[in-house]
Design a protein around this ligand. Sequence first.
Ligand SMILES: [Zn+2]
Length: 143
Amino acid sequence: MQTRRTIQIAKMLWASPCSLVGLIFGIIVLLCGGSVGQSSGTLEVTFRASQAPGRALARWLPFRAITLGHVIIAITRQELDRLRAHERVHVRQYERWGIFFFVAYAISSAWQLLRGRSAYWDNCFEVDARLRSTQIERNEYDA
Ligand SMILES: [Zn+2]
């Protein structure tokens, strides 16, 4: 049990530079009237899309949810609930790759673009997250 806890702490430390970036964005969301919660070792930050400036910011952003280390930022609580399993797979990816996840994700996107494919939909990390989140929702995969 102690070993498992030590491994989890090591994973959090390994991903912490990315989580720091997430915290900075999360604080900006909170300053715009957002809210924060905690779930399974992650911080979950959501906009209050019903209030300005959160509404304007949420409309401007090209994503419904994004994960930065152990921080998940979503446009609304409903989108967070819908995308939580997918975003938690990204948390596991950050725990595996650490700070190198940013570079690896960008390389995967660039590689797909060079092949004439979608930088987002065909990115290997997104493909993995879609597959594993579907398995999680069916209780076939233990993240
Ligand atoms: Zn994703």
